[in-house]
Ligand binder design. Sequence first.
Ligand SMILES: Cc1cc2nc3c(=O)[nH]c(=O)nc-3n(C[C@H](O)[C@H](O)[C@H](O)COP(=O)(O)OP(=O)(O)OC[C@H]3O[C@@H](n4cnc5c(N)ncnc54)[C@H](O)[C@@H]3O)c2cc1C
Length: 512
Amino acid sequence: MKSFLSTKTMAIRGGTLILMLCLIVAVNAQDIGTDNSTNYDAAAKDFGGIISVKPLAFLAPLKSDDLARIVRSAYDSDNLTVAARGNGHSTNGQAMAKGGLVIAMRSVESGHFRLVKANGSAYYADVPGGALWEDVLDWCLGQGLSPRSMTDYLALTVGGTLSNAGVGGHTFRYGPHTSNVVGLEVITGKGEQVVCSEKENMELFFGALSGLGQFGIITRARILLQPAPEYVRWIRLVYAEFDEFTQDAESLITAPEGQSFNYIEGTAVVNSDDPINGWPSVPLHPNQTFNSTLIPKSAGPMLYFLEVALHYKNNDSRTAIDATVDVLLRRLRYVDGLEFQADVSYRDFLLRVKQEEQEARVQGAWYKPHPWLNIFLSRTDIAKFDQAVFKTVLKDGIGGRLLVYPVLRHKFDDRTSLVLPEAEIFYIVSILRLGLPIPNEPSVESMIAQNKEIIKVCEDNAFDYKLYLWNYETQEEWKTHFGKKWGIFAGRKMIFDPKAILSPGQNIFTRV
Ligand SMILES: Cc1cc2nc3c(=O)[nH]c(=O)nc-3n(C[C@H](O)[C@H](O)[C@H](O)COP(=O)(O)OP(=O)(O)OC[C@H]3O[C@@H](n4cnc5c(N)ncnc54)[C@H](O)[C@@H]3O)c2cc1C
């Protein structure tokens, strides 16, 4: 990717600068992001494919100093806003800026990775905010190290997930991405470059974590690492009864380290042989077959797959791994015979969704609209949710993935901007409509309406829940979402981005 912010251009301030940048962008910028045809158009698109607003310009500064100058110019202007665009994997225009400046974060400080040794045996990776997690992983593996907590899919940027939370199968043990970062470099809405951590500029540090891009643009992050395993035993277990599935999942996430798996997730699928929504939609190892005659007659419209993994090193004895797995599986109540194990490299395991992405691109599903719904829901309400939503509203499937797995609240740092249900154990429920071909494919409007229907089920039943990665349309709705954290959130905004320049696509504050 080329630089197009010359020093000469940067010396010009305010509106002239922006105008010049726009002209330069139109001719020079190259393939920014993942799904872009032309870059200017890409800034008005995201993975969701539902909302599209055109910015004034899509800019790709190479240095954080240049980015700080852009933010200062916007601050000095009458009405410009600035949206950091990570990899554009939001689903509701969160990284867009109507008539404003969209920043291609992947260009900023690109490739500048550094290993930092802390006191004792800890290591950290100092990485750009615009780095993709898959690149961070590969760089760390080259040092024999790995981030502790990973999302399911890694073509997301460090700054993008840190601005939300970054959850996945390691969250029950190590918390989300935001619990595994010890320092940030941030450009505030006033264009100031600030280093922050738990000990230094703490308000900005905790504000920016899960801060939806409202307090600053994360240009660097210091990520906690651990020695990388080389392999994982990847196991899928099928359940016909939801209560058995949840009891087993909860017993595994609450067991001490060393007495459980390293990774725990779960999915719900339609109890049928439909290749898109039924049990064949869960990819198994080529030498494994799913014997559907083993599904109990008592099973309802859905089946549940518990997905677990045990990390190990190449020189660990396979017999010892088998024995550990046996002990852990013995106490679980999955359907006898519907248990699938495979040994894969740690890297292949973490990049498993990449293959699904490639298939979805070939099928064209990747480019369709994706009205996603992500909910954090208390364990006390999950059984009712199963009845009212999985077994009723979604019983025919969604042409995508339904994730449902528990995590522990205390692994999330309450000082960040994230809001969570009250319960110590809550479920991550992800309704990931991938656009896979299904008969009588519903319209986008009806999928959005179905999402709203599901939210209404949560409201009507007074469930203890919070939406994740959602995009409310009004400040009143955001206030309700943040609840007692709203005062802190709004107060931090006044300090770090008083003119409400940053991340306008979240619809929380209005530019002043
Ligand atoms: C296929 C797929 C799989 C996913 N899997 C997971 C998963 O397993 N777990 C999970 O938690 N989430 C997952 N997500 C959601 C993902 O975390 C969000 O989309 C998130 O926004 C990261 O995407 P991004 O880096 O492209 O950020 P963008 O969508 O580009 O930006 C998201 C928001 O963050 C702001 N932002 C971006 N970069 C910065 C920065 N450097 N500093 C400050 N603000 C910034 C933007 O302005 C915007 O408001 C997935 C999404 C997709 C499409």
